[in-house]
Design a protein around this ligand. Structure first.
Ligand SMILES: *Cc1c(COP(=O)(O)O)cnc(C)c1O
Length: 424
């Protein structure tokens, strides 16, 4: 299927669904219902992924075992809780292109970002800067600002923010790399979103990592909008660490436990400073309850607490589905589905809206960001009330994502119709 043969008719959308090898995965999710009782057109998986129908049984298993076994569930539950988080390790490693010892599912995204910076942001008077995107997600900005201050530096002089060129919405790769070259010897940490949350732009993480390492910088990615959205090869690309949440494209449920990647080259970095907790302690001697901290090798050594089993359970349901669908097939559909959405909008181009996400499918994931300079918020609210769901980001951006696991071509077609009608 080539994107040049798209057609605007609803029949075309139905025909695309009929030949979509992943279409049946839609039935594996609950689609929210609108006020009038009909199914929503849900293009908001970039904000909160939908509930896999199997999530309930995963959760109920643990509730039953807790009821039946109490503390004994740590060892005797059907899925013993002591090593429960490892049920997610291989699938998580596959999803982000890592080795199993490079990933762990723990905490929440911003917590993991702080834990990683505690270890990897080690500013000196020569090299104290952090490079981020201007307008990075607020939590990332707050985390970075507070880390800079925590080390006695000033964000005014220790933060470099990358901006698009005048009149452009997205960053150019060459500008990112030239900035790294220009400031490299003063940069302690490069922290970029793998996919920018506001514009939907996907970065060339392999090249950025290379450019950063050439200058001796630590390189890290926030993959909140990349994990489960675009294929990742973290081990090969080689960033020092990465963090992501599991409730967006990964469908783990609101506030679900997050993910963390630490490259293998740091697996034995026992001398590295870190904020430690007992669950990061070597499991062989953890219950000797000794005073000295000996970290687990690899990413697990950054764990703090015993994990929330009831929050991990639904994520297992979703990760099973990812394993079955595979990122490769999901990405192939995702590229077509989002290109189709873009096609339908561009066929009805109007000065009332502009798509700011890159057109090149390699430079984006599932999301399109639509700039609506006039009354955009009201339009978004109206669509939501009617059950056509994207989300609004101040000051002027309507974000929608066509998610290949549970969105169909018909969803996209209907969305475009509702959106264009609401614009009138
Ligand atoms: C969604 C998102 C967050 C949210 O952080 P939490 O700690 O999960 O609340 C942070 N950063 C980015 C880039 C995000 O997209």
């Amino acid at each position: 299927m080539s994107t040049t043969s798209f057609q605007t008719s609803e029949d075309f959308a139905a025909a695309m669904d009929a030949r979509d090898p992943l279409a049946h995965f839609q039935e594996r999710f609950y689609i929210p219902t609108a006020a009038n009782g009909s199914e929503c057109i849900y293009l908001c998986g970039h904000s909160l992924g939908l509930q896999p129908k199997t999530a309930r049984s995963y959760l109920e298993q643990e509730l039953r075992d807790w009821a039946k076994l109490g503390v004994e569930g740590h060892f005797h539950a059907k899925n013993p809780w002591m090593p429960y988080h490892r049920l997610l390790t291989q699938q998580t490693a596959d999803l982000v292109g890592a080795q199993p010892n490079e990933v762990v599912v723990m905490n929440s995204l911003t917590v993991n970002l702080h834990l990683m910076m505690a270890s990897f942001y080690r500013p000196t008077s020569q090299r104290h800067k952090i490079l981020i995107e201007r307008g990075a997600f607020p939590s990332d900005q707050y985390a970075v600002h507070s880390q800079i201050r925590f080390h006695g530096f000033d964000p005014q002089s220790s933060l470099i923010e990358l901006s698009p060129r005048d009149g452009e919405a997205c960053l150019r790769e060459e500008d990112i790399e030239s900035s790294i070259e220009l400031h490299g010897d003063a940069i302690a940490l490069i922290l970029l979103g793998g996919v920018n949350y506001a514009t939907g732009q996907a970065f060339d993480m392999a090249e950025i990592t290379k450019a950063g390492h050439r200058q001796g910088c630590v390189v890290a990615f926030d993959l909140a909008h990349a994990a489960g959205n675009i294929p990742l090869r973290l081990h090969d690309w080689g960033p020092d660490f990465a963090v992501w949440c599991s409730y967006k494209y990964l469908n783990g449920g609101p506030g679900c436990v997050a993910g963390c990647f630490v490259h293998e080259r740091h697996a034995q970095a026992n001398a590295m400073p870190r904020f430690a907790g007992w669950w990061g302690h070597d499991e062989k001697t953890r219950f000797k309850m000794g005073p000295d901290f000996h970290p687990m090798p690899g990413a697990e050594g950054w764990q703090l607490s015993n994990p929330p089993i009831l929050a991990l359970a639904p994520l297992r349901a979703s990760m099973e589905i990812f394993s079955e669908a595979t990122m490769e097939r999901l990405r192939a559909k995702s590229k077509l589905l989002t290109a189709y959405l873009e096609f339908l909008l561009r066929e009805n181009a109007s000065p009332k809206f502009a798509i700011v996400t890159p057109s090149d499918p390699e430079r984006r994931g599932a999301q399109l960001s639509i700039k609506l300079p006039h009354h955009g918020r009201a339009l978004c609210d109206r669509l939501t009330a009617e059950g056509t769901i994207g989300d609004w980001r101040e000051p002027d951006t309507f974000r929608v994502a066509a998610v290949p696991l549970y969105n169909s071509y018909l969803d996209v077609h209907r969305f475009a119709q509702h959106f264009l009608a609401a614009l009138q």
